[in-house]
Design a protein around this ligand. Structure first.
Ligand code: NAD
Length: 444
């Protein structure tokens, strides 16, 4: 994986950003799919199975605090432009709230609330002492200069400085952000205290207190949970075929690590297009191509195909690793893989889940599949607190232990209750959060 962040890689080639497929057409009308509604549906289905106290469930379901800021930022030409930023802290029941910051033109409060909520359940699935949060700024980071991005980041931190902190709320990278943004974040926060506070963010550059293994952690978690799911399905990884949608941090690392286990990737897409090679795409060479060209498009030996083909390909494993609402009621019946490993958050809607289940397609849900990122973020935070840093082998060994245990817990919950892995994961997570509330009580 190139050392530069995805934002760094792409800054030189500004182009039109596509938005997530967050609309569904029904009888000539276009109805937006609320991502937060999707989470509430997933939560509701799992909660009904758990038969817990309804008032307790109501308390843990809703976001604790949502903050919206309007940020004036000086552009390179001297003018000022306003940007809207969000931070949603969904839960602090199991520990400080934790979750990434997204820079994307399609960011909305609804989306940030959904992503914050998934963080609460994700941290509980892998059993780490964090709650959930998420942040976002409505912007196209590939159309801003480095200086504009830095000023935007610093103003975002400054306007919400009181809500962040290593014991309060700890951001990390997400779509459109990377170690560079985390470095500015850490510096701005540290200036307020007049000392270095590395534990206020994770996903930092290594020399600023980042953890070895963090930049690969989400993709490594996707690889590990895919491997465990294939064992369960008795699918031989070394002869499996796959497709991946999105070739950023999560998609590219998942593909690289699964490729190393023998998986043949027939289709890869990014925001600019999709490529196909029936003999298998050489992933290490594609990574080098992306480092230079900033896109997968034009990779020698591959054929350009329709991006939708990536989702509908006849392959064993499909990894959606871009944005939400990619597999919906409209296209789920056309999905022909055996296993979906959700690298992205929320790529499959609840309606699509039902169709996939009927068609016997196993879905490893986001709150399990991509939890490797928050797990190593937790390791980074622990290392920052103790001031001693682990080797990459140590980080990867601990990550594997956590992911394999979480996969087993979720699979057991799903088999014992005859529910999907997603509902099993939600049941496990909700029960863990409610257990804590029962001991702490509700202060009122
Ligand atoms: P990224 O910005 O590094 O990469 C996103 C990729 O998706 C890029 O290759 C982009 O070109 C592609 N993309 C965007 N729109 C697309 C479209 N319509 N079709 C095909 N490709 C498209 O972001 P990332 O960090 O890899 O995050 C991807 C997903 O994984 C998000 O849902 C994010 O919330 C989730 N996630 C990320 C982390 C992390 O540690 N970075 C952790 C957990 C979950």
């Amino acid at each position: 994986m190139p050392k530069k962040t995805i934002a760094d890689q792409k800054r030189k080639t500004p182009r039109k950003q596509k938005h997530s497929k967050s609309v569904v057409s029904r009888k000539n009308t276009t109805i937006p799919i609320s991502v937060f509604d999707n989470v509430l549906k997933q939560f509701g289905e799992a909660a009904r199975k758990l038969k817990l106290d309804p008032s307790m469930l109501e308390f843990v379901k809703m976001p604790r605090r949502s903050t919206i800021v309007n940020l004036p930022v000086q552009m390179d030409d001297g003018t000022f432009k306003m940007f809207t930023g969000y931070r949603v802290q969904h839960s602090i029941i199991r520990g400080p709230s934790k979750g990434g910051i997204r820079y994307h033109p399609g960011v909305t409060l609804d989306e940030v609330q959904a992503l914050a909520s998934w963080m609460t359940w994700k941290s509980a699935v892998v059993n780490i002492p964090f709650g959930g949060a998420k942040g976002g700024i409505v912007c196209d980071p590939y159309r801003l200069s480095k200086g504009e991005l830095e000023r935007l980041t610093r103003r975002y931190v400054a306007d919400m400085i009181d809500i962040f902190g290593p014991d309060d709320d700890i951001p990390a990278p997400d779509v459109g952000t990377g170690p560079n943004v985390m470095a500015w974040f850490m510096d701005t926060y540290s200036m307020k205290e007049n000392r270095s506070i590395p534990g206020v963010v994770t996903g930092k550059p290594i020399i600023l207190g980042g953890s070895l293994g963090r930049s690969e952690a989400t993709g490594r978690g996707v690889m590990l949970t895919t491997r465990e799911a294939c064992k369960y399905l008795k699918l031989d990884l070394s002869s499996a075929t796959a497709s991946v949608q999105g070739f950023g941090n999560v998609g590219s690392i998942s593909a690289k690590l699964l490729h190393e286990l023998g998986v043949k990737f027939l289709y890869v897409s990014d925001v600019n297009g999709a490529i196909y090679n029936p003999r298998g795409i050489d992933i290490p060479k594609l990574l080098k191509h992306v480092e230079k060209q900033k896109t997968i498009v034009g990779f020698p030996g591959s054929k350009k195909v329709d991006p939708e083909d990536v989702l509908h390909a006849r392959v064993d494993i499909l990894i959606p690793a871009a944005l939400e609402n990619q597999i919906t009621a409209d296209n789920a019946a056309r999905v022909r893989c055996k296993l979906i490993a959700e690298g992205a958050n929320g790529p499959v809607t609840p309606e699509a889940d039902k169709i996939l289940e009927k068609n016997k397609i196993l879905v490893v849900p986001d709150i399990l599949c991509n939890a490797g990122g928050v797990t190593v973020s937790y390791f980074e935070w622990v290392q920052n607190r103790i001031g001693y840093f682990w080797t990459e082998e140590e980080v990867n060994r601990r990550l594997e232990e956590k992911m394999v245990a979480a996969f087993k817990d979720v699979l057991d919950m799903s088999l014992n209750n005859k529910v999907s892995l997603r509902i099993g994961a939600f049941m496990l997570a909700i029960a863990r959060v409610v257990d804590v509330v029962q001991l702490r009580g509700i202060y009122s």
